[in-house]
Design a protein around this ligand. Structure first.
Ligand code: WQD
Length: 339
């Protein structure tokens, strides 16, 4: 049985990926410092799959502890690296924290992987590496423009670090998955998004407003150059996204060649504005979400959505869950949280 380390494995995307990995028969070691996740998620994963993954409370920046973890759980065949801070707006105010955590954490991980001859990494990258594209939809060959936020910069730097390390080390293989906007929750409502404090991201803010925890949603700007003036994003179901990681891992582990690097856009290929997804949510769940148009948020780009041919035809993966089911899963999870 192949053993996979999942950093950030108790987080939103990480936990859904752990479920899918276990469903596919992988043995999983979760490495998570609980800075943006909760230990209760471990029980949620076990309830869904019937298998409790190994768990180590480790900050990936702590190379010594990471080393001890790789030694204890030897031999780790691959790593899926999620552990990173990921709020675009927040990163503008906390730039240094973002660079330390996201970039130093990756360097620490790659160093330990090399020491333990762990030769495969699937990296959680982001569409924010494209900045504001000049041409839409974005392909994997679209220009990497200056990132609009420190978060986006950390993802660009991380991609460069991995690319150069693959070229230097020859033994390391990597797949970079550039996600768009992950939303929704596991259909069991046993795991889902757990934002700490006031949500940075759109969907949890919508569900908390629908649940009455927030007075109204603030729509950050309707004066963009889009059909209804609000920003456009490619919203992808978190479980479809999790499955993309399993497919990418199987592709890498099944390959005879080492030293390969591949990049895939993981999106639906469809753009939706803030106002469109807000109305889709209300319609899918029969709830009202009060909202107000306010000023733009620093760090936001205007519009982006994915060209997904490579993911569909080369990786062999496609987003497939209908939007209304995704939005219903988000609402079911919020209601479960409110007990
Ligand atoms: C989406 C849109 C906001 C909150 C995310 C992740 C990032 C990366 C890219 C994976 C924007 C608007 C939001 C609110 C709003 N994904 N909004 N009111 O900024 O696209 O970044 O996707 O790596 O990790 O954070 O997502 O959900 O914050 O914003 O109007 O209360 O919703 O302006 O246009 P974003 P988001």
């Amino acid at each position: 049985m192949k053993k996979i380390a999942v950093t950030g494995g108790l987080g939103y995307i990480g936990s859904h990926t752990v479920v899918e990995l276990q469903n596919e028969g992988f043995e999983v070691v979760i490495i998570d410092d609980l800075s943006n996740s909760e230990i209760a998620v471990l029980a949620g994963i076990e309830k869904i799959t019937g298998k409790k993954p190994a768990f180590e409370t480790i900050d990936v920046c702590d190379t010594e502890k990471l080393r001890a973890c790789f030694k204890k759980h030897s031999h780790i065949d691959a790593v899926i690296h999620f552990a990173a801070y990921k709020a675009v707006g927040e990163s503008v105010a906390k730039a240094l924290e973002y660079y330390r955590n996201n970039v130093c954490g990756l360097i620490s991980l790659l160093t330990v992987m090399r020491e333990f001859e762990c030769a495969n990494i699937v990296f959680s990258s982001s569409c924010t590496v494209y900045g504001q594209p000049d041409v839409l939809p974005v392909t994997e060959l679209s220009p990497i423009k200056k990132a609009e936020s420190p978060y986006g910069s950390t993802k660009q730097m991380s991609e460069d670090i991995i690319t150069d390390t693959v070229a230097a080390e020859k033994s390391l293989s990597a797949i970079l998955l550039r996600y768009f906007n992950p939303i929704g929750a596991h259909p069991s409502a046993l795991i889902g998004e757990l934002p700490k404090g006031v949500p940075n991201n759109l969907l949890p803010y919508i569900t908390q407003t629908a649940a009455g925890l927030r007075t109204e949603l603030h729509v950050f700007g309707n004066d963009y150059n889009t059909p209804d003036g609000s920003c456009i994003r490619d919203y992808i179901y978190v479980l479809d996204l999790a499955q993309a990681h399993v497919v990418a891992l199987q592709r890498m582990l099944g390959s005879k060649e080492s030293g390969s690097l591949e990049i895939f856009n993981i999106g639906t290929g469809k753009g939706l504005s803030v106002l469109e997804i807000l109305h889709e949510f209300m319609q899918a769940n029969g709830v009202n979400v009060p909202y107000k148009i306010v000023g733009r948020r620093a760090g936001d780009i205007e519009q982006i959505w994915a060209e997904t041919t490579r993911a569909n035809e080369v990786l062999g993966w496609r987003a497939h869950t209908p939007l209304n089911e995704v939005l219903q899963s988000a609402w079911k999870w919020e209601q479960k949280l409110r007990g």
